[in-house]
Design a binder for this molecule. Sequence first.
Ligand SMILES: NC(=O)c1ccc[n+]([C@@H]2O[C@H](COP(=O)([O-])OP(=O)(O)OC[C@H]3O[C@@H](n4cnc5c(N)ncnc54)[C@H](OP(=O)(O)O)[C@@H]3O)[C@@H](O)[C@H]2O)c1
Length: 264
Amino acid sequence: MRKDIPPIGLGVYKAGDAVYDAVRFALDANYRHIDCAKVYGNEEAVGKAIRESGVPREEIFVTTKLWPTDFAEPEAACIESLKRLGLDYVDGYLLHWPGIDASLRLCAYESLGRLQEKGLVGLVGVSNFLPPHLEELARAQLPLPACNQLEVHPWYPQSEARAYCHSRGIKVVCWSPLFRGAWQAAPILNEIGQAHGKTPVQVVLRWHIQNGDCPIPKSVTPSRILENLAVFDFNLSCEEMAAIDALEDGRHISKDPFTYDGRL
Ligand SMILES: NC(=O)c1ccc[n+]([C@@H]2O[C@H](COP(=O)([O-])OP(=O)(O)OC[C@H]3O[C@@H](n4cnc5c(N)ncnc54)[C@H](OP(=O)(O)O)[C@@H]3O)[C@@H](O)[C@H]2O)c1
């Protein structure tokens, strides 16, 4: 049941009423990785789209996440997510944020391992964990997570956290990989795209993939869903990668993982 994480996924945060159609369209178009979470409030529609897609369940990598206010009851929260999804298991189950209570976090993380042993969860992962949070797992002699989902895009590459993960075999999954539209103000992305017959968005997604990471762009627009998957037939040169790296300016959306307690 344990699967590799497919190299690109469909995000569904704030996908609204369009989420069912978007997931169905994406699966028809050959996406095999769907990223959802309890707090997105759309597990029912995502699960329905997966079940009705006709794509064999074993071909699809489905992620959902445990919110910090549920850390005291991980098994109950996981079972509730599975019920909403209408699935027997999820492929990735992630601590959505570290939260601010270290002992609760460690207990919740250990529980995810037990859910994995029970077959409810394929891979145990985390999200918004910085190196000190990961060090804490290592100190507690817990297995490292299979993945860490972080806000990553050219403007906020989180290089230190990514390097930490890369060096320990933790797959980096990039949320807000398009920084929700920031590419429009970066002419260099257009220039690079023109050289390859690609759009600026495809250039950004290719940058993620050549970094060895896994972007999960959200779109409910069929043409964009297709556009975002058409990123495996060209290569950015080292100079082009460096020009995209140079867009870094620290702008980001994420709350501070050391202080965010999960209150919405
Ligand atoms: N772990 C976490 O804490 C966390 C936090 C935030 C997000 N996430 C996950 O990461 C996913 C992606 O992040 P995100 O939704 O914040 O932002 P994003 O993927 O960077 O940007 C989404 C926005 O870009 C637009 N878009 C997508 N493809 C496009 C294209 N080819 N051309 C033009 N516009 C395009 C979408 O519009 P349309 O939909 O209208 O097409 C939407 O407005 C989320 O959906 C969620 O699954 C995880």
